[in-house]
Design a binder for this molecule. Structure first.
Ligand code: GAP
Length: 459
């Protein structure tokens, strides 16, 4: 299996992902998506939205603000508890996450680090809203998209007349001042999440939790992740967050180089049964229960976030199942899982065998001879018409010989190349080459879109 270093190099070379602020030597924990990266990431998000919103009858979408009233983070518990234990080395002055310390790592100032006792470090980025920089104007860049969904529960319920069970999906940026961002886009300070809050009747929660674990696992596998690289990990009681009744993490094999097999796998998504914890925190007259048992009554919220159950004629707080995925981690998993090296005619062919739905470019149209005006113009016409009729990201490239052009498209995962040659000018047909099999077929230009539609499927 490919290691992270090869993926980082491919991403930089071909324009998937660049170091953030590279022009000024970078900003740690930030990455910029390039021309191909933005297409891939958008396709990951679209594939998620399609499966969890469009293809279901029990979901709505939402897009809430990154900046929220500070009280949202007070009553969600983030102000008090969204922290990691952190230690400082007294010798080299570096800061580490206490639970990420590598016992073998040497200190730059001597043999061993000399660590302080762990202390909590809040991961939220603080900012001020408006021109006056005082405590009353403090807000945060949201550390998760979930809270925007909880505080809009009643708005969505009232405006859609939904009945339980139903869910709300949201995709958006989240920010965490991670102590040790690392491993490329795996742990960063600015990232995107795809989150669902699925509201159910208390008592139905365990069944829905199982259904969502399966649905989310299947999503990755249907889009190409090999089952042997994806694990379901059920958190033990002592690992659970204090508000969670159960959590199953989906772990992808991000670190195949690690000697300990269990350490090769890390979280791409978590699916939690959060009971009625969040709606209880934010509802009028509700309360936040902190992990040390302290209770903070909610004296600010203006609406009850309850659901009226017509069967019992009672208002109740629904339970919630939360499948929460990272867009960047999912994108990395799809890149790693699709990467292949094959030997063809004594040379190495690098191919991204991405599912066509995720491939940044669906079709590349290539002229066999770029200095033949008829061939070039026909190729450009084929490209433009295909693009216009199908809406697929289609490109034209004439910057190298045909062999090299094929290899370049293989390396970025383009499922089909269409070549315009001398025969095209006579018979109005083109050669279509399949990325994975390298098989070539002659197709009439007027049948090209139908032919490719059948091959590409629902992209
Ligand atoms: N609302 C629940 C929640 O935010 P989480 O486990 O903290 O749960 C969910 O985050 C997902 O977000 C993770 O599984 C991961 O894919 C992604 N994620 C979290 N922190 C991240 C970071 N610093 N960099 C990249 N992705 C991150």
């Amino acid at each position: 299996m490919v290691d992270l270093e090869k993926i980082i190099s491919l991403c930089k070379r071909r324009g998937f992902i660049f170091q953030g602020s590279e022009q000024y030597c970078g900003l740690q924990g930030t990455w910029d998506y390039g021309p191909l990266g933005v297409e891939l990431k958008n396709n990951v998000k679209r594939a998620w939205w399609r499966r969890v919103v469009y293809e279901r009858d029990d979901m709505e979408g939402l897009d809430t603000s990154i900046l929220m009233n500070r009280l949202v983070m007070k009553y969600s518990g983030h102000e008090d508890t969204f922290s990691d234990p952190m230690v400082d080395c007294r010798k080299c002055k570096k800061r580490f996450r206490a639970d990420h310390i590598d016992a073998n790592e040497k200190c730059a100032e001597g043999d061993k680090h000399d660590f302080t006792e762990p202390r909590p470090f809040n991961l939220m980025f603080k900012t001020v809203v408006g021109p006056v920089a005082d405590e009353s104007n403090v807000s945060y860049l949201r550390p998760e998209t979930a809270q925007g969904i909880f505080i809009n529960f009643k708005n969505v319920l009232d405006s859609t007349n939904r009945k339980l069970p139903f869910g709300i999906a949201q995709i958006g940026k989240s920010y965490r001042n991670e102590i040790t961002p690392r491993n490329f886009i795996f742990r960063v300070r600015e990232f995107e999440q795809m989150e669902i809050e699925f509201f159910v009747m208390p008592g139905d929660d365990e069944e829905w939790h199982k259904k969502w674990v399966d649905a989310r696992y299947n999503w990755y596998v249907e889009l190409g992740i090999k089952p042997e690289n994806l694990r379901k990990y059920e958190q033990a009681k002592e690992e659970l967050a204090h508000y969670a009744k159960a959590t199953v993490d989906l772990l992808y094999r991000f670190f195949p180089d690690r000697a300990d097999e269990d350490k090769q796998y890390d979280e791409v998504e978590g699916i939690s049964n959060r009971t009625d914890f969040d709606l209880t925190c934010h509802t009028k007259g509700g309360k936040l229960v902190l992990n040390d048992g302290r209770e903070i009554p909610n004296t600010h919220a203006i609406n009850k976030l309850t659901y009226f159950d017509h069967k019992t004629n009672k208002h109740l707080l629904p339970y919630v199942i939360e499948p929460s995925a990272g867009v960047d981690r999912a994108t990395l998993a799809f890149l790693m899982d699709s990467y292949c090296e094959e030997t063809v005619n004594d040379s190495t062919r690098v191919v991204l065998k991405l599912n066509p739905e995720l491939a940044p470019i669906k079709v590349a149209v290539l002229p066999l001879k770029k200095n033949n005006e008829n061939i070039r113009n026909t190729a450009l016409k084929v490209k433009n018409e295909l693009m216009k009729k199908s809406g697929w990201r289609t490109v034209y490239d004439d910057t190298a010989g045909i062999g090299k052009l094929y290899r370049r498209q293989d390396e970025i995962g383009t499922p089909y190349c269409v070549t315009v040659d001398f025969d095209t000018l006579e018979d109005n047909s083109v050669t279509v080459r399949d990325r994975d099999t390298m098989a070539q077929e002659r197709v009439k230009i007027e049948e090209l879109q139908t032919y490719l539609s059948q091959k590409l499927g629902n992209v």
